[in-house]
Design a protein around this ligand. Structure first.
Ligand code: MTE
Ligand code: MOS
Length: 775
């Protein structure tokens, strides 16, 4: 649209408005461009990665002669061909792009073949002659714990005297709980397309949440300066944390081929290879030892978390820290110890995944709440309520941050009423009394999720804004779009600031040569940080326009008012484009950068003490489940959610995040099962064996709303709250509802030992283990 008609009274696309995702129509029509849609240049090289078949082995010999002389092959690269450092890790320097002498997981990259077609590259890779000496593989968490195998030292958070508190409590319980991992199953797999440029530079299109990290890793790998590498991404077909670090390996390979051959090079993993080669959500083994009073209130608690990190550190330090930070969820843990073991196994290196370790901490305390309720014969919701953080006392987290914005009690109260929780619980009890095989369950669980990167320095963002002389605007910032709606939200912020219709703003791809030194789009903080950075850039330009108008028209600054698509200057009214043009002719700069750093946060990582989070996002969900006790089949039949996004920047996008997050969480806890065999081979590496939720799994009744009185007490962008990850954890209610249904199969006498995911097999097993089992 050359000159869209302008609205004169309101801004189309201001903040707080329901707007569709900027790519929604393009995505449906197929016009939205993903990396694999970029027209292929005629001399494009296709890359195929050869993988280790063993989880742990010494490479005795690797002869690639036959690969190199295979038809269509242009080049083959392994660890010996790396000009710089053979590593593409985020932090620890322990992620070799190509294996050197040893392989540490089945699927690890050995070498990459660059050929004229992907078929030729694939066929050639098979012709390698490799000899291995197989070594013992540690596959499970228990094996790693027994062997003392860790990717980094174990950590402990301690407050008060949990032993004493537990031992002197009127009631005690302890248990063990296993939680499975999760594949990201983004629709677009990992992909990189690299172009050689002059001076030995490379331009890499990478499907990544973290262009800067890919840039740094590629530069280091090729031994060239950061300024010689440009990384670009317009959008991802989903990231969910899986593209926070591990896309760098493939970008490095494609960049090497491009730089070495002078031809563009594309590396795209197919689904199976993607699932085998790249990391997932950490699975956990959790032990708990708890003391509580007769109301169910916790006296003392001792948690041990052990996670499967895989062969390298990746982001496991921060992920397991976040588990520690979320083991309280909405509850006050007075005397508490949380021990965290980060197990090294010979499996793929696990990585970020929506919630970033938080969900595993939260589901643990929710399990404890359910079990306490069982022991005391209480409604689990009553036990949850007596444990909630207080407003003025009992309000300090185990890591010494005061909870200042606690709205969990209000949200729970509202949801309890709106969802008819009490009535439905009674009805379910009655149903279960007369239904011998089908059993129902219900659970209400709250969510409190800390917003900010716990690595404090990452909480910074930049933006770049150009206003062209026709009044159209180019918006760029360091955040990446993965479907979450970040770009439209940031555009809304700019539209609001400049009082222009959103059609005037061009949303552009994320590029390291436009906004440098960015953080990953992660920790749900994308719109918080990039929104503020873009706002700062827009304010700079607005300020210049005001100053110019005041001089030019000789009016008071106070008499210059930005109205929709026009500016009132004293008695006069000038269109936005007109003022911009006048400013240009009078030599006023119409381009600005913006920068933001999150205030207030600080944190001492050694002592788990400080304020790692700027604020908390809250929500609550009630799930209702039905199970067949003869087969273990199950379904979540109804879900009610109230979720707090503060003052929503865009309620349509936010509700989309709530729904998507919930369903993805439900998949994690019900159907998605990762199965590694005893040799460490992943046996579930395609949708045939790995079941993500289908349309038919969406609860028939699904009532979602944003918390109406929601507001951010902090100075966040337009008082909104981050929404990307928190709703994922609302799905814990689905797991607790299934637990409740299994529990009912013992007439509520025997608490089930139900692990996650609660697949039919797992449910059936838990039923058979019940003391007073029905079958
Ligand atoms: N929503 C969609 N559609 N696709 C995604 O990949 N990733 C999630 C969440 N929502 C994701 C998503 C994750 S893991 C995070 S951290 C946030 O979006 C990141 O974006 P934000 O910071 O802009 O919320
Ligand atoms: Mo999200 S797991 O922080 O990318």
């Amino acid at each position: 649209m050359r000159n869209p008609p302008l609205s004169e009274t309101v801004i189309r696309g201001a903040v707080n408005k329901k707007l569709p995702h900027d790519s929604a129509i393009k995505q449906v029509s197929g016009e939205a461009e993903y990396i694999d849609d970029i027209p292929e240049p005629k001399d494009l090289l296709h890359l195929y990665v050869a993988q280790s078949p063993y989880a742990h082995a010494k490479i005795l010999k690797m002869d690639l002669q036959a690969v190199k002389s295979s038809p269509g092959v242009v080049a083959v690269y392994d660890a010996n061909d790396v000009p710089g450092i053979n590593d593409a890790s985020p932090v620890a320097g322990d992620d070799p792009v190509f294996a050197e002498d040893i392989v540490e997981y089945a699927g690890q990259a050995l070498f990459v073949v660059a050929a004229n077609s992907i078929q030729e590259a694939r066929a050639a890779a098979k012709r390698a002659e490799i000899e291995y000496e197989e070594l013992e593989a540690l596959v499970t968490i228990d094996q790693a714990l027994a062997a003392g195998s860790f990717v980094m030292p174990s950590k402990t958070l301690l407050r008060g005297n949990p032993e004493q508190a537990i031992n002197s409590a009127p009631n005690r319980l302890n248990g063990r709980f296993e939680i499975g991992g999760q594949d990201h199953f983004y629709l677009e797999g990992q992909i990189a397309l690299a172009y050689p440029r002059e001076d030995g530079d490379v331009h890499v299109f990478s499907s990544t949440q973290h262009p800067t990290e890919v840039q740094h890793n590629v530069a280091k790998f090729l031994d060239i300066p950061d300024h010689s590498v440009t990384v670009e991404v317009r959008r991802m077909g989903g990231g969910f944390g899986g593209k926070e670090t591990q896309g760098a390996w493939f970008a490095a390979m494609a960049a090497l081929a491009a730089k070495d051959t002078g031809r563009p090079a594309k590396l795209r993993l197919d689904r199976d290879d993607d699932m085998i080669m790249t990391g997932k959500r950490h699975d956990f083994v959790i032990e708990y030892n708890v003391g509580y009073d007769n109301d169910g209130r916790l006296d003392g608690i001792d948690f041990t978390f052990a996670s499967r990190c895989g062969r390298s550190a990746d982001l496991s330090a921060a992920i397991n820290d976040r588990t520690i930070f979320h083991a309280d969820n909405c509850y006050y843990l007075k005397d508490v110890r949380i021990t965290s073991h980060r197990c090294k196994t010979h499996t793929v290196s696990n990585t970020a995944f929506r919630g970033f370790g938080g969900p595993q901490g939260m589901i643990a305390i929710e399990r404890v709440m359910d079990e306490i309720a069982h022991k005391l014969g209480k409604d689990p919701l009553d036990v949850r309520k007596v444990n909630l953080y207080g407003k003025t006392d009992r309000n300090v987290t185990p890591y010494h941050m005061t909870v200042e914005d606690n709205v969990a009690p209000e949200i729970i109260r509202e949801l309890e009423e709106k969802s008819d929780y009490a009535k439905r619980r009674d009805a379910i009890r009655k149903f279960n009394e007369t239904s011998p095989f089908l059993k129902k369950g219900i659970a209400l669980t709250p969510v409190k999720f800390g917003i900010s990167f716990t690595t404090t320095f990452l909480n910074q963002a930049g933006a770049l804004l150009h206003v062209y002389t026709d009044g159209s605007v180019m918006l760029n910032h360091g955040g990446t779009e993965m479907g979450q709606g970040l770009f439209i939200k940031v555009a809304q912020v700019v539209a609001q600031e400049l009082q222009i219709d959103i059609e005037r703003i061009k949303i552009t791809s994320t590029r390291t040569d436009k906004v440098p030194n960015t953080s990953a789009t992660a920790a749900s903080s994308g719109s918080d940080m990039n929104g503020k950075a873009a706002q700062a850039a827009a304010r700079k330009i607005k300020e210049r326009l005001i100053k110019f108008a005041a001089d030019h028209y000789n009016v008071d600054r106070a008499d210059i008012i930005f109205k929709p698509n026009r500016i009132d200057i004293g008695e006069k009214t000038v269109g936005f484009a007109e003022l911009v043009q006048q400013a240009y002719f009078n030599r006023v700069s119409l381009s600005a950068t913006g920068y933001y750093r999150t205030p207030k946060i600080h944190y001492d990582a050694e002592n788990y003490s400080g304020r790692p989070f700027y604020y908390f996002a809250y929500g609550a969900a009630v799930s209702e489940a039905i199970i067949d006790t003869l087969t273990g089949e199950n379904k979540i039949t109804r879900v009610d959610i109230i979720h707090d996004v503060g003052k929503s920047l865009n309620p349509s996008i936010d509700l989309g995040q709530v729904e998507g997050g919930f369903i993805q969480g439900m998949g994690w806890l019900t159907t998605e099962e990762l199965y590694f065999d005893e040799k460490g081979l992943l046996r579930t590496h395609a949708p045939s064996t790995y079941k993500i939720p289908a349309c038919s799994d969406r609860p028939e009744i699904f009532n979602m709303e944003l918390y109406e009185s929601g507001e951010n007490v902090e100075d966040s962008i337009h008082k909104s709250k981050a929404v990307g990850e928190p709703p994922f954890m609302l799905a814990i209610s689905a797991f607790n509802a299934l637990t409740d249904a299994v529990y009912s199969a013992s007439d509520y006498k025997s608490f089930p030992n139900l692990d996650a995911p609660a697949t039919p097999e797992c449910i059936l097993k838990a039923i058979h283990e019940l003391d007073g089992k029905v079958t």
